[in-house]
Structure formats: C-alpha cells, structure tokens
Design a protein around this ligand. Structure first.
Ligand SMILES: Nc1ncnc2c1ncn2[C@@H]1O[C@H](COP(=O)(O)OP(=O)(O)OP(=O)(O)O)[C@@H](O)[C@H]1O
Ligand SMILES: [Mg+2]
Length: 246
C-alpha cells in the first residue's frame, strides 16, 4: 500500500487512541485508507470495529492521535463539501417496517442533506436522486414504501441515498447481519460494481470473513490494535485470524 500517493489518502488515522471511561477501545491505530480501496474490516465482537467507523465519522473524539479526512484534520472544522464525500450506510434493522416514506423520498433525503434541510429540491436534485436509484437498479420501485421492501432492496436504497448526496466514500457497518447469504452477496456485488466502475471507496465492517476475502482488495483485522492490514490472500491473514478469533 506504500506505493500509493499521499494525495490519494481519503482517511488517515495517526496514533489514534479511543477510550470509553477507563476501557481502551482502540490502541495506537495507524491506518491510511486510499481512494479506490475496497476495504473489509473484521475482528471479534467488541474489538473496536464500530468505534473505528464512529471515530472516522467524527462521532467519537480520540483521546490522543489524529484523524484527517481528505487532508482535513477532524479536530479543525471539516469543510461541508468534505463531509458530504462520506456516506454512512446504516443497518436495515434500523428501519421501521411501518415507516411511511417511499423509496424516492428516502433517496431524495440524500439530496436534502446536501441542499440544506427546508430547501426545496431542484429538477437537478431530483434527477441526481433518480440516477442514484438507477445505479443500484431500484428505479422500478421508486413509488414503493421503503418498509415493504426486502432487506437487500432496502440496503440498495440506503446506498442510493448516500450516492445521491454524491458520497465518494461509503462506510458500512455490519450491513450483512440482517440479510441472508444470497442478498448479502448481491449487495457485495453492487459495492464491487460501484468500486470498480465508479471509483467509489468502500469501507465495510463484516463478520463473514469468507465474503470479505472474496470481494475486498484489502483487509484490516482489528483487536483494539491493528492486527493485520494487507491483501485478502496473504497466508499471514489466516495466522492472525486464528490468533484473534480463538
Ligand atoms: N458507548 C460505549 N460506552 C462504553 N463502552 C463502549 C461503548 N461502545 C462500545 N463500548 C465498548 O468498546 C469496545 C468496542 O466496541 P465496538 O462497538 O467498537 O466493538 P465492535 O467490534 O463493533 O463489536 P461488534 O462486533 O459486537 O459490533 C467493547 O468492549 C464495547 O463494550
Ligand atoms: Mg460493531
């Protein structure tokens, strides 16, 4: 990874320590995530995966160390344009089945976030929302209530919402946990397509190691520290997995 240029670093964590009270959740974490990475983050329960994503999104402040997004330090004020480059895709279990919004409303929310709440959407905004839905192949369902969709379809709509806001980096936390294997594979295929053909950087936390290794170009294993950071095929990864999962 050292051959990549510094200007391609989209997320940089330097000597990051995160604590909850007196519990150390992340210890001396150093990670550079590059434009175009398809990164899978794995680790046992409680190893700090969600903490890492929250720290990247600025929801948690490190005790020590620095986080920079596109070269902007999080401790300084991150410019609005930089914030919009990051799309957090929540777990679908967070969606209420009776939530009355239609698919197109959910995706247009991505445009509202960018235009500013309370502003009305322009024709261009609506077109961008539709383009995002087309990209995830959900434009045929735009009038359907989001709660009536399958888990995999909802996940696609949430990815479209992030893309409608013109996110360049998608951060996903355990999106697979509410999906069956086929749906999970289909969403991974979509992420792979967005990564390869649209240059979207993907950072996904997951428990299914086989799937992460099949799709991701880079794997990070975390156990408070970064226990592994490299390619999915390196035999060293098996050694680390055996150590931290047993
Ligand atoms: N808000 C909090 N307050 C106190 N401790 C917390 C809090 N959130 C997480 N922790 C603790 O920090 C550690 C890391 O938690 P984190 O949620 O980052 O793990 P994770 O790797 O995402 O786990 P999982 O695989 O179960 O989602 C755990 O020991 C957890 O109990
Ligand atoms: Mg978690």
């Amino acid at each position: 990874m050292s051959s990549k240029a510094i200007q391609d670093v989209v997320i940089c964590l330097k000597d990051v320590n995160v604590v909850y009270g007196n519990l150390a959740a992340l210890y001396e974490v150093n990670v550079d995530i590059y434009k175009g990475d398809f990164l899978g983050i794995c680790g046992p329960n409680g190893s700090g995966k969600t903490t890492l994503l929250k720290t990247i999104m600025g929801l948690l402040k490190p005790l020590t160390g620095q986080v920079a997004l596109f070269g902007n330090k999080v401790e300084d004020k991150i410019p609005k344009e930089t914030k919009f480059k990051f799309g957090y895709v929540p777990q679908i279990s967070d969606i209420d089945r009776n939530f009355p919004a239609l698919v197109k409303d959910v995706v247009e929310m991505g445009r509202y976030a960018k235009a500013g709440i309370g502003k009305s959407l322009t024709k261009e905004d609506k077109q961008k929302a539709l383009d995002a839905l087309k990209l995830v192949e959900m434009d045929h369902m735009l009038e359907r209530p989001i709660g009536h969709l399958s888990g995999g379809q909802q996940q696609r709509v949430l990815i479209a919402q992030a893309l409608a806001a013109e996110a360049e980096v998608l951060l996903l936390d355990e999106f697979t946990s509410a999906l069956d294997f086929k749906m999970t594979e289909e969403v991974m295929e979509l992420l792979d397509y967005l990564n390869h053909t649209h240059g979207i950087t993907v950072v996904t936390v997951g428990h299914n190691l086989g799937l992460l290794r099949a799709y991701c170009s880079r794997i990070i294993c975390i156990d408070k520290i970064i226990a592994y950071d490299g390619t999915p095929k390196d035999p060293e990864l098996d050694v680390v997995i055996n150590q931290i999962f047993h």
